[in-house]
Design a protein around this ligand. Structure first.
Ligand SMILES: Nc1ncnc2c1ncn2[C@@H]1O[C@H](COP(=O)(O)OP(=O)(O)OP(=O)(O)O)[C@@H](O)[C@H]1O
Length: 259
């Protein structure tokens, strides 16, 4: 039987000293969807994605990805997922092309196949002209794109992206978007974290809302949006900031205030 869940999380906890980053969440993410994990700064999105992708050991709880326990069967899971983590560390002294060649061989792909896929991805992501430049000389957006290429090279079943559009110009964002839409269109799953609601609303068909270490809502975009005008509005109501007067108390700020 085909497992319809890409990710299944149960009772997941992570504390850093006194700080509870993830407070015992349960989460089931369906396969074949474009999924957004949204939440304000400090909500616990990165901590959750790190535990789900085998980068950070949970204090408690279980994580299954494509039906396998991430922490009991890490090699099997890691062979079937791609990850673009936050603050991605790359081999700075390799060129973009070398980085992909290295990643592909590490993934066990034959050399000729790596060459073919690398050339296509570099071309698609508009990096062909910079493929022989060292990664250390890449801009923020170029780093995201080469990181994405490296994460896609072995054709993973599930792709996890932590803030993939941060620091990326609109043209590159559109390119990344096209690649991801084609990827999910063929039945693969994308899970990406963001606090940019418009982006999530325009890209995702399934959403999980996180705040203060807990999951506040999950479901299709329409289910989570409910009667609100936009995902942004629904999100503000869910995280309890809907009625906050953002400027209250800042009477010293602005051109008409005394300096
Ligand atoms: N290594 C760490 N040591 C101590 N505290 C941490 C660590 N990593 C995360 N935290 C804390 O855990 C909480 C959740 O952080 P996390 O980075 O997961 O949030 P986030 O939703 O990804 O936020 P953002 O959107 O700002 O990246 C925050 O309060 C953060 O300060």
């Amino acid at each position: 039987m085909v497992d319809a869940s890409a990710v299944r999380v149960q009772g997941l906890w992570k504390r850093f000293g006194q700080q509870v980053a993830v407070a015992g969440i349960d989460l089931e993410l369906p396969a074949g969807r474009f999924i957004g994990l949204v939440g304000p700064n400090g909500a616990g999105k990165t901590t959750t994605l790190s535990m789900v992708t085998g980068l950070l050991r949970p204090d408690q709880g279980t994580v299954e990805v494509v039906g396998r326990d991430v922490w009991r069967d890490p090699a099997e899971v890691k062979a079937r997922i791609g990850v673009l983590p936050e603050g991605l560390r790359l081999f700075e002294r390799l060129s973009g092309r070398e980085l992909l060649a290295y990643t592909g061989r590490l993934r066990g792909l034959p050399g000729a196949e790596v060459d073919k896929r690398a050339a296509q991805l570099l071309d698609l992501l508009d990096l062909a002209g910079s493929q022989h430049k060292l990664v250390v000389d890449y801009s923020t957006g170029m780093r995201k794109k080469i990181g994405l290429a490296a994460a896609l090279l072995h054709n993973p079943e599930v792709l996890f992206l932590d803030e993939p559009f941060e620091g990326v110009d609109p043209v590159s964002a559109q390119t990344i978007r096209g690649v991801l839409e084609q990827y999910t269109g063929s039945g693969a799953t994308v899970v990406f974290s963001s606090h940019v609601m418009e982006l999530v609303e325009s890209l995702c068909d399934w959403v999980a809302v996180m705040a203060a270490g807990r999951i506040r809502a999950t479901g299709t975009l329409a289910e989570v949006r409910g009667d609100a005008d936009s995902l942004q509005q629904a999100f503000l109501e869910l995280v309890g900031a809907g009625g906050r007067d953002t400027a209250a108390g800042l009477d010293w700020l602005g051109g008409r205030a005394a300096r």
